[in-house]
Write a protein that binds this ligand. Structure first.
Ligand code: PLP
Length: 388
C-alpha cells in the first residue's frame, strides 16, 4: 500500500535520539529549549513553547487567551476535531464558519456576515481558530481586519503548515494572530512522534502557556505570592497540566528541523507533478492563493461527480483495493455525533458538506518516489474510467 503520508527518519535523527538516551536528561533538559529556539528563529516568532501534542497547544492557547464559560470559539468545520474541542475543554461553546469553496479554509466573507449577526445578538466569539488546511494559509489579513473590528483573538491552527509562507513570510511569525500552533505527529511535515508547539510574540501569553503546560507550578520569584521558603521552594499558582515534551522528542525535532525546508520543497515538486499529470482528469486540483506558499501537508483533489460515472465511495474503495492509501481530510466536525448532540445540522455548512462529498487526499510525502507517484496516477486514471 502506498500510504497517504509518512515520516522520513534518517540515521542523523536516530543518532540524535540515541544520544539523549545516553545523556543525563530524558525530560526537562537542554533539548526542549533548543528545539523551541530552532523553530522560533526559523519562523520569526519571539516565543515558542513545545508540548506533547498540537491538541495540548490548542488547549493552552485558548486558556492563555482567557477563553471560558459563556464564551464562543469559532472555527472551520473542515478540520481535525481538535481545532474545535479546545474550546469545549475550556467550558466555552463552539460554532463553525463555512469554508471558501476554492481554498477550503474558513471563508472571511461568510465570517463577516456571521459576525454582523452575532454582534446584534450579543454572542460574538472570543476566539477564532483559523485552520491552514493542507498547509495553505487562511486569508489572515482579512481575518485580522475583522478581529480589530469585532474584538476577537486569533489562533492559527498551523498543524499542516510549518515551513509554509503567507505574503512571503513564514507562517508562525504571528503577524496577524495571537498564537500559532504546529503539530509534529508523524503524518505532518516534521515529526517528534507525538508533539506540538505554540508560538507567540506576546510575553504575557507565553508566560501563561509556560505555567499551564507544567501543572501551573513556578520557580520564578516574580510569579510567587510571597518570598520563597528556601531553595527547594516552588508554588502552584494556577491549575495546570502535564503537557511537557520529552528530551527524546525534542532531539528528534531539532534534527528534523534541518530538513524542514527540503521537505517542503520536495512536497512542492510532487504537487507540481500531480498538477501536470492529473490536469486532464475529471477532478478539481488544489487551487493555491497567490499570497500563499503552502506547506503542502496534503494534496486534496475533488471529484467532478457529474463528469464521472462513479460514486465518491466507489473511487475511494477502488483506490484502496489497488494499493493506493488515499484518505479523506476531513469529515465535517459538526456532523460528528458529539457535535450533532449540540444541535448542528449537516446542511448548516453547505460548502463543507459539498467538499466532503467530493474530496480525496492523494498520497504525498517527501520520500515518495516518482514511480510511486506514477502508480497513483495510473490507478486513479483507470478507476475514474470504471463503470458502475
Ligand atoms: C493533526 C492536527 C491536530 C492535532 O495534532 P496532534 O499533534 O495530533 O494533537 C490539530 N489540528 C489539525 C488541523 C491537525 O491536522
Amino acid at each position: 500500500m502506498i500510504p497517504y503520508g509518512r515520516q522520513e527518519i534518517t540515521q542523523a535523527d536516530i543518532d540524535a535520539v540515541v544520544s539523549v538516551l545516553e545523556s543525563d536528561f530524558l525530560t526537562q533538559g537542554p533539548q526542549v529549549p533548543r528545539f523551541e529556539k530552532a523553530v522560533a528563529q526559523h519562523v520569526g516568532a519571539k516565543h515558542a513553547l513545545a508540548v506533547n501534542s498540537a491538541t495540548s497547544a490548542l488547549h493552552l492557547a485558548c486558556l492563555a487567551l482567557g477563553l471560558g464559560e459563556g464564551d464562543w470559539l469559532w472555527t472551520s468545520p473542515i478540520t481535525f476535531v481538535a481545532s474545535a474541542n479546545c474550546g469545549l475543554y475550556c467550558g466555552a461553546q463552539v460554532d463553525f464558519v463555512d469554508i471558501d469553496p476554492r481554498t477550503y479554509n474558513l471563508c472571511p466573507k461568510t465570517l463577516a456576515v456571521k459576525l454582523a449577526k452575532a454582534e446584534k445578538e450579543g454572542r460574538l466569539p472570543k476566539v477564532v481558530v483559523a485552520v491552514h488546511l493542507c498547509g495553505q494559509p487562511s486569508d489572515m489579513q482579512a481575518l485580522h481586519a475583522l478581529s480589530l473590528r469585532y474584538g476577537f483573538h486569533i489562533i492559527e491552527d498551523a498543524s499542516h503548515a510549518i515551513g509554509g509562507k503567507y505574503q512571503g513570510e513564514f507562517i508562525g511569525n504571528g503577524h496577524y494572530s495571537d498564537i500559532t500552533v504546529f503539530s509534529f505527529h508523524p503524518v505532518k511535515i516534521i515529526t517528534t512522534a507525538e508533539g506540538g508547539m505554540a508560538l507567540t510574540n506576546d510575553n504575557n501569553l507565553a508566560s501563561r502557556m509556560n505555567l499551564l503546560r507544567s501543572h501551573g507550578i513556578t520557580r520564578d520569584p516574580a510569579l510567587m505570592t510571597h518570598k520563597a521558603d528556601g531553595p527547594w521552594y516552588y508554588q502552584q499558582v494556577e491549575l495546570g497540566f502535564n503537557y511537557r515534551m520529552t528530551e527524546l522528542q525534542a532531539a528528534l525535532g531539532v534534527s528534523q528541523m534541518d530538513r524542514l525546508d527540503a521537505f517542503v520543497v520536495r512536497r512542492h515538486e510532487l504537487a507540481k507533478r500531480y498538477d501536470e499529470l492529473l490536469k486532464e482528469l475529471p477532478v478539481i486540483l488544489p487551487w493555491q492563493h497567490p499570497d500563499s506558499y503552502s506547506g503542502l501537508h496534503l494534496y486534496v483533489i475533488r471529484l467532478e461527480l457529474n463528469a464521472i460515472n462513479q460514486t465518491h465511495r466507489h473511487v475511494f474503495e477502488a483506490l484502496h483495493e489497488r494499493g493506493i492509501g488515499v484518505n479523506l481530510h476531513y469529515i465535517p466536525v459538526h456532523t460528528q455525533p458529539y457535535y450533532q448532540a449540540m444541535g448542528f445540522k449537516p446542511e448548516d455548512f453547505p460548502e463543507a458538506m459539498q467538499y466532503y462529498r467530493e474530496a480525496i487526499s492523494l498520497p504525498m510525502y517527501p520520500t515518495m518516489s516518482e514511480s510511486q507517484q506514477d502508480e497513483v496516477i495510473y490507478v486513479l486514471n483507470s478507476v475514474l474510467g470504471d463503470k458502475l
